[in-house]
Write a protein that binds this ligand. Structure first.
Ligand SMILES: [Zn+2]
Length: 157
């Protein structure tokens, strides 16, 4: 009379469950945890959330480009740094320009949103970090060119 419905285990898609196997960094194939946003070895973004976190993105890219800022070597590296970080600095400057400074008069009010502070810190960080990286790379490049050890100078001239 009463028929108990049999549980259909095949209805549970296994591919939608979090896998046990570790994911691999697309850049250097180093395994990383399921919660990682950036590769711990090379700093490449490995999650869909990574581009949405500006500061972690900046720090990760700074990790990647640290070698470039210390010894850029080829001119193409310096040009690449400019191409990457100059738009970032401009974007930060535009964000600073778009801030409605009148809202900061009410910073003592309880209704003053923390989001306003965040909207000030993020563009400042964009301008500051990108400017420092551009300056360091360019400075290191010209210092390297004028130095005695110009192994890669032939590729530039
Ligand atoms: Zn990696």
């Amino acid at each position: 009379m009463s028929s108990t419905p049999e549980p259909k285990e095949e209805d549970l898609p296994e591919d939608e469950q979090p896998g046990d196997g570790e994911d691999l960094c697309p850049a250097c194939l180093t395994p990383h945890g399921p919660l990682a946003h950036f590769c711990g070895r090379c700093g490449a973004p490995v999650s869909a959330l990574a581009p949405m976190m500006p500061f972690e993105k900046i720090f990760a890219e700074g990790y990647v480009y640290r070698h470039a800022t210390e010894s850029p070597g080829k001119f193409i590296v310096v040009a690449g740094i400019w191409l990457i970080f100059l738009p970032m600095a401009i974007q930060g400057a535009l964000m600073l320009n778009a801030i409605e400074w009148e809202t900061f008069k009410d910073w003592k009010e309880p209704g003053f949103a923390f989001f306003n502070i965040l909207g000030l810190v993020v563009p400042l960080g964009l301008v500051g970090v990108s400017t420092v990286i551009i300056a360091r790379t360019t400075w290191a490049y010209f210092r390297q060119r004028s130095g005695p050890s110009d192994v890669e100078r032939e590729e530039v001239t």
